[in-house]
Design a binder for this molecule. Structure first.
Ligand SMILES: *[C@@H]1O[C@H](CO)[C@@H](O)[C@H](O)[C@H]1NC(C)=O
Ligand SMILES: *[C@@H]1O[C@H](CO)[C@@H](O)[C@H](O)[C@H]1NC(C)=O
Length: 200
């Protein structure tokens, strides 16, 4: 019995993804590495090559998206109309309306982590110019048994470098020298240096 299982494991290992990741697959109630990758790729496609049909296929109707980074883009760095610290898209329909209005965005997955019933967590990069954007997303999922997707995207917590994105959009115009460095100096370091010594 034991040797049969080991033999099966080696047989799988010969054809499939790294066997260490396979060990986390348990049964139908638990997400496999392939299923987690599918969820991540579904989200990637929603950003990079959006269609309404895909949104309906891969997201729950009660989808919600929390992202102050997106809110800052919507508000162009102001404090409204979308309030910071609140839900950014409160339904699949509102996400679809927002995403449909966007041009396709380059979006590459750099890393992926997942747990049995989610979340799927990704680190991503968007090869924009002049500044690349990097971000992290926690994707909570819901098991579905009726459609083509075993795991639907339900809740998203997404933050990224919206400061660099606002530069790319021309909303934030940084004060740079000809070689691309900050003319104003390292503001963050200056602020830290001015703190009382015992806090540092
Ligand atoms: C798979 O999950 C079901 C439902 O939770 C459970 O009843 C069953 O015992 C599990 N099977 C294994 C092999 O863990
Ligand atoms: C850019 O920073 C330099 C150095 O602090 C300053 O002298 C200059 O006035 C700044 N330029 C603008 C447009 O803010």
């Amino acid at each position: 019995m034991r040797s049969t299982i080991i033999a099966a494991a080696f047989a799988i290992g010969a054809f499939a993804a790294p066997s260490i990741l396979e060990k986390r697959d348990c049964n139908d109630t638990c997400m496999s590495y392939d299923a987690a990758t599918k969820v991540a790729n579904n989200f990637q496609t929603l950003i990079a090559a959006y269609t309404d049909a895909l949104a309906v296929q891969v997201m729950t109707v009660d989808f919600t998206d929390y992202s102050d980074s997106v809110t800052s883009l919507i508000d162009s760095g102001c404090q409204g109309p979308q309030p910071l610290g609140a839900v950014t898209f409160d339904s699949r329909a509102s996400f679809m309306a927002g995403q449909k209005a966007q041009p396709a965005i380059p979006f590459e997955i750099l890393n992926l982590w997942y747990a049995c019933e989610g979340p799927v967590v990704i680190r991503w990069r968007s090869a924009q110019t002049p500044e690349i954007i990097t971000g992290n997303i926690v994707i909570e999922v819901e098991r579905a048994t009726d459609g083509s997707e075993p795991w639907l995207i339900k809740t998203v917590y997404s933050e990224f470098n919206s400061g660099a994105w606002l530069v790319n959009l021309g909303v934030f115009k940084p004060n740079c020298t000809a070689d691309g460095n900050s003319a104003a100096g390292p503001v963050g370091k200056k602020a830290k240096r001015s703190l009382p010594a015992r806090i540092m």
